[in-house]
Design a protein around this ligand. Structure first.
Ligand code: FPP
Length: 262
């Protein structure tokens, strides 16, 4: 068995100059744009320490990168971009770093919501955001409500998200329906599990990107990644931009997806 393209990292020169790549044609015919792209935004800390800056500066620059990549994803025709912004394991970080991330989240929701809404972005949350400070949880819910009617692109923010916790919650939901007598346990198949996940209303995951040279899933979208193409790049997240995204889309367009068939 060959594992294809696990370490493909097209450089900027291969990906073409700004705006020069049309990933729709990169795979040869038809649309090869992934409907759903998810990103593990890794490397903020290393980006900052390489510059002698505090980790918070890396996260701030990381939030800027997220903004650029969302715009580029929308322009490329991606329907849904899911960003791993805070994992359920991130609570293990020093209190000061958690406070910095919460501050950033607060700031960005306030500063960005109007333009997200104007640009037709629907905000969705996966994970358990209720564990966040009450004011942030409320702001998130209001932002989700305000943008619910938008349809240009969905930005799914994974906040206090862990894939195993998501699966456990889905199982609890299905078990509850079984014990209430509204679900026949024999009828539980893949579709029922999919429908009980936080991502139930999102398109199937096509492309999963991780930056900064690490090559693991870190409890992100474990169910959804079953047939996703994986793309790893050494670029640190704060340096990832529209051009880097187009490089990943071009690599995706060149992949041969067989879903277990020939
Ligand atoms: C991983 O880099 C990044 C995170 C844990 C947080 C991701 C957050 C952002 C990109 C900022 C935008 C998010 C919000 C909440 C507005 P790392 O710190 O693990 O980097 P390292 O591996 O180099 O230490």
């Amino acid at each position: 068995m060959t594992v294809r393209g696990l370490q493909e990292q097209p450089r900027a020169a291969e990906a073409g100059a700004e705006g020069a790549v049309d990933p729709r044609s990169a795979g040869g015919g038809g649309s090869n744009i992934p409907r759903h792209v998810a990103i593990i935004m890794d490397g903020n800390g290393r980006w900052a320490s390489a510059r002698g800056l505090p980790r918070a500066a890396g996260h701030r620059q990381g939030a800027e990168a997220a903004r650029k990549v969302l715009r580029a994803a929308g322009e490329a025709g991606v329907e849904c971009l899911t960003l791993y912004a805070f994992s359920s394991e991130n609570w293990r970080r020093p209190k000061t770093e958690i406070a910095d991330l919460m501050g950033l989240l607060r700031y960005y929701i306030k500063a960005e919501l109007d333009s997200l809404h104007r640009e037709g972005v629907r905000l969705k949350i996966i994970g358990d955001h209720k564990a966040f400070p009450a004011d942030i949880a409320r702001m998130i819910e209001q932002a989700v409500e305000r943008t619910a009617g938008n349809s240009r692109i969905t930005l799914a923010m994974a906040l206090n998200y862990g894939a195993r916790a998501e699966l456990a919650k889905a199982v609890r939901g299905l078990a509850g329906r079984v014990s209430a007598g509204t679900l026949d346990p024999e009828a539980i198949g893949e579709a029922e599990i999919e429908g009980a996940l936080d991502t139930a209303d999102l398109p199937p995951l096509d492309l999963l990107i991780r930056t900064s040279g690490e090559q693991r899933l870190s409890n992100f979208l474990l169910w959804q990644a079953a047939y996703a193409e994986l793309y790893f790049t050494d670029i640190l997240w704060p340096d990832f931009d529209g051009e880097a995204l187009r490089g990943a889309l071009a690599a995706f367009a060149g992949r041969d997806r067989r879903y277990g068939g020939l």
